[in-house]
Design a protein around this ligand. Structure first.
Ligand code: TYM
Length: 331
């Protein structure tokens, strides 16, 4: 059975971008593939989280994964730092990763702009840690949003380079994967191209959001002055609203507002009201489940321990093989 793996950094609550980019299809995949899903807490250290917040954030994402439908019996759901073998593979991969290629990585360039006061080596080698995450279970398919495509490309480069260097055919070539669908990029509400935790106030709708905060954020979403001629090309802000509507509303609803737009009769306030109500209906079952699961300490503990055990077994095997390939021998 093919191995599928994906991860999320614990830097806040899960939003609709995470859900549609990485989670939604993963939940279907757990019935057909050998699945690993993890909480990337090593990765989150690049932004120097407060130790008190770190555990709370990991716990929150664990609860949200489970609330979104991940079944810890079917899939392996684990916390990255519970599998220190990942750090060993990261060390090995760093030896064959070149400064030039790491510096050219788009996410590194973005981070330099976002946190000029903290350009640490962890940021530079983020792609090798991500490659270690994927290669440690020799995963073939990686459910991610469009923003992670370059990291997948680099993972293939590092895996292939290792294979070539040691004359083995050990690591597979992992591909970004969305269960037969195109990779997605869910836009934000404040005109930002992408829904994200660090894209500014009001940009993201979280699975844990209540109705009032969804209404408030959607009603504040950026729009334009409205179409002045039939079938006018949509501005970025309006395209974003329609993209969001496509993921939570029925096709009839989308068509209705599209027709109104094309005949210049659209009232953005009405469209936003409808979008807010459809988002509320979509998110409601998740936010309920998140509350229930967050209160169930025993369940969270069981899930995390089971995941750590299963993930370590697979990781230990890979690191044992890799040590042998590299030429480390026990005396
Ligand atoms: P992160 O934590 O930023 O996001 C987690 C997942 O959600 C997807 N995503 C989106 N998809 C569509 N539209 C959006 N607006 C949107 N925002 C986020 C991301 O593509 C991602 O799939 N580096 C990764 C975490 C990671 C990882 C891995 C993923 C670490 N190791 C190994 C896969 C495999 C990250 O920062 O994702």
């Amino acid at each position: 059975m093919e191995t599928v793996l994906s991860g999320i950094r614990p830097t806040g609550n899960l939003h609709l971008g995470n859900y549609f980019g990485a989670l939604r299809n993963f939940i279907k995949m757990q019935n057909e593939y050998n699945c690993y899903f993890f909480i990337a807490d090593y990765h989150s250290l690049t932004t120097h989280p407060n130790p008190k917040d770190l555990h709370g954030n990991v716990r929150q994402v664990l609860a949200e994964y489970l609330a979104a439908g991940l079944d810890p019996e079917k899939a392996t759901l684990y916390i990255q730092s519970d599998v220190p073998e990942t750090a060993e593979l990261y060390l090995f991969l760093n030896m064959n990763a070149y400064m030039g290629e790491l510096e050219r990585c788009t996410s590194f360039k973005d981070k330099i702009r976002q946190q000029p006061e903290n350009i640490n080596a962890g940021l530079l080698t983020y792609p090798t840690l991500m490659a270690a995450d994927i290669l440690i279970h020799r995963a073939a398919k990686v459910p991610v949003g469009k923003d992670q495509e370059q990291h997948l490309e680099m993972t293939r480069t590092f895996g292939n380079r290792f294979n070539r260097m040691y004359g083995v055919d050990y690591f597979p070539e992992p591909q970004a994967f969305n269960f037969g669908e195109q990779l997605v990029k869910v836009p934000g509400l404040n005109g930002a191209g992408k829904m994200g935790k660090s894209e500014g106030e009001g940009n993201a709708i979280y699975l844990a959001d209540d109705a009032a905060s969804i209404r408030k954020k959607v009603m504040k979403a950026k729009t334009d002055a409205g179409p002045t001629e039939p079938n006018q090309t949509k501005s970025e802000e309006i395209k974003n609203l329609f993209s969001l509507m496509k993921i939570v509303s029925t096709p009839d609803t989308v068509q209705h507002f599209d027709d109104l737009y094309n005949s210049c009769a659209i009232r953005y306030g009405d469209m936003k009201k409808q979008l807010a109500e459809d988002m509320i209906a979509f998110v409601a079952p998740f936010s309920e489940r998140i509350k229930e699961i967050s209160a169930d300490e025993a369940y969270l503990q069981r899930a995390a321990r089971l995941g750590a055990e299963k993930a370590r077994e697979s990781a230990r095997k890979t690191v044992r093989d890799v040590r042998e390939i590299i030429g480390f021998k026990a005396f």
